[in-house]
Design a protein around this ligand. Structure first.
Ligand code: ASP
Length: 327
């Protein structure tokens, strides 16, 4: 079993500086020790520059995809060390771009730097290596005591060692002695020869009590390529605010798909279930089903990067490309 570790940055390899935590630890030396302890020989490479994942863009997603594809024949499994802040976005993005990839990819990171007392870094990396050795399939995310499908995961805590959850899909495995393995990850229809990710203009508009139509109109000007609404509950918006639904309707008429997600971590969007979402649905907005916000955002960026726009993009939202959405 040849495991390659791709280090992209994140708290795991950070050290304290005068301006806060930043990458700089001897991660390679440390990793050799962890790998030796787990009995798994690994090779390691770094993405340059190492980043705090809060700075990640679709270019960084593509850099991960390219690095994995470049080593496709020289490894049997990959572990990607990544910051926790946007790990779920990257895992989802990589899952869309690598549906033809038969080598498992496991994302992990840590809440505390590897050198900090009581750090979760060694445990998380050991678990990810163990998942890799078991050939966990597809793109997954291993953190705390859970192995999750990468495109169903969400960062649930900024401090807890069990920092990730998968609110609408069961865990792939629970770490323990022995591990408890669940069902295999869901698959989708896949995507042949995907074009690289590009920087897209996606407007994310969050509903809050008292939000005005003027604020929504301002968020949609200049016209974005796509709109993601962070609605309430099952997809509801304050439809009584004069002009608010019209602002989204105008965006659709201008060619931008409007995708409705929920602020609830665990949600199944049903546009039209309530009168407060009915007008959005009649205007052509489409619900994101039970997808996480992270998977929805990465999916919209993926589709725009494939030159899929407007109503065509909206039609792809309920279709599973990489197992990111439930039936
Ligand atoms: N800001 C860090 C990052 O996402 C947080 C972490 O890694 O836990 O890179």
């Amino acid at each position: 079993m040849r495991i390659h570790v791709l280090y992209t940055g994140g708290t795991i390899g950070m050290t304290p500086t005068a301006r806060g935590l930043a990458p700089g630890a001897d991660l390679h030396g440390w990793l050799e020790g962890v790998a030796a302890g787990s009995g798994t020989p690994v090779t390691v490479s770094d993405l340059a520059p190492l980043i705090d994942s809060s700075m990640a863009t679709p270019d960084d997603w593509q850099a991960i995809v390219d690095a994995l594809r470049a080593r496709r024949t020289s490894a049997d499994a990959f572990v990607v060390l990544h910051g926790t802040d946007t790990m779920a976005f990257s895992a989802a993005a990589v899952s869309f771009a690598l549906t033809d990839f038969d080598t498992p990819v496991i994302f992990t990171g840590s809440q505390l730097p590897l050198g900090a007392a009581g750090s979760d870094a060694a445990a998380n990396v050991s678990h990810a290596l163990e998942a890799a050795a078991h050939e966990a399939s597809g793109v997954s995310l291993c953190f705390g005591n859970l192995l999750l499908q990468g495109n169903r995961a969400t960062k649930a805590s900024s401090w807890a060692f069990d920092g990730f959850a998968s609110p609408t899909a069961p865990a792939l495995a629970r770490v323990g002695a022995p591990w408890q393995w669940g069902a295999a990850p869901a698959l989708g229809c896949g995507w042949r020869d995907p074009a690289p990710y590009r920087r897209c203009d996606i407007a994310v508009v969050t509903m809050a009590p008292g939000i005005t139509a003027a604020r929504v109109r301002a968020a949609l000007d200049p016209a974005p390529e796509a709109v993601i609404v962070r609605a309430y509950g099952a997809g509801n918006v304050p439809a009584c605010e004069p002009g608010l639904v019209d602002a989204f309707a105008q965006a659709i008429e201008a060619g931008a798909p409007v995708i409705v997600t929920s602020q609830c971590p665990q949600a199944a969007i049903e546009v039209g279930r309530y009168a407060t979402s009915d007008a959005l649905g009649r205007a052509g907005a489409v619900g994101a089903g039970d997808m996480t916000f992270e998977a929805t955002y990465a999916k919209v960026a993926f589709l725009l990067s494939q030159d899929v726009h407007g109503a065509d993009l909206a039609a792809w939202i309920p279709r599973s490309i990489a197992g990111e959405i439930g039936a």
